[in-house]
Design a protein around this ligand. Sequence first.
Ligand SMILES: [Zn+2]
Length: 350
Amino acid sequence: MDKIYIWQQTLWKKLAKERQFSGHALLLKGRAGIGKSLFAHHLAKFLLCEHSENAAEACGNCQSCTWFTYGDHPNFYLLEPEALSILSGDTIVNSKVEEDTRTTKPKKKPSQQISVNQIRALNDFVYLSGHQDGYRVILIRPAEAMNPAAANALLKKLEEPPANVLFILVSHCPQHLLPTIRSRCHQITMPVPDVTTASNWLKQQNIKSPEVCLAAAGFAPLLALTFNDPEYMNNHGDFIQQISDPANFNPIILAEKMQRYNLSIVVSWLQKWCYDLLSFRCTGKVRYHPSQQLVIQTLAANIENKVLIVFMRDLISTQQLSKHPLNARLFLEEMLLSYAVLITATWNKE
Ligand SMILES: [Zn+2]
């Protein structure tokens, strides 16, 4: 975690140069899977570094940087829910949290929330402990995980901010934060890389099909890493091959094949495919399947927008049902037969 991502460098240069954060709190906001937490850690390390005054980066060698690297900096406090989703794509290894989960047997399900007690525990950090009364950084992520009592307790701290303390809040859903918290933060919208940048970055991580992973992750590069899985790739490849070939498409066989796989994911494949059919008809461009553009062009030519939009609307309901189907195979058969009607009816017109 020594380097920020390439798409964050412009923002980094600006922040490192200005070093002026209005107020005592920063809110780094943006979608999941773009590296907000890593950026926040990088910033905390930089601000705590003993030699960063006129530098562009933390030195990496001082006592402070060493503490930070080993995850035990006395002036840095990471506040997060017990059960931080590892799929967020923003996960940073925190040595303290890791130790705890390794050595203690979980008695109950880890909490998804940040509790008021966790916020209250900050008092010791802010007022009692710490190193040489120096600058302190508190990182809260994801900030929307604070329950109402925790949010109110934090608000009180932001209203009367302790000296020499910077709060960094990281949020995928800033709209779920109290407006009074948001208004007390200097808000920064975190950059999202364009498809080429994200794709190139994934190639550097040795991802074989960056395009497929990126599309699966809604173009969030860190999230895309989690889709680099052979089972996912094989099923996705088979699915797309079938639905893109009306002459040989067999809904019954495909349903049987996919019934044991995650149904929500299968529905999302068809949703993205249909999105591209409609997108091509309306704009001449595809978003999720650039390598299939010719096939999409051919299929899209014979489907009416109105029919496609109705089908896509039905897929939204199908997606909602996908978590609790009575029978996975029948559920898929129904969806795929409807799709077959959509494409073969128009296909036969030729
Ligand atoms: Zn340093």
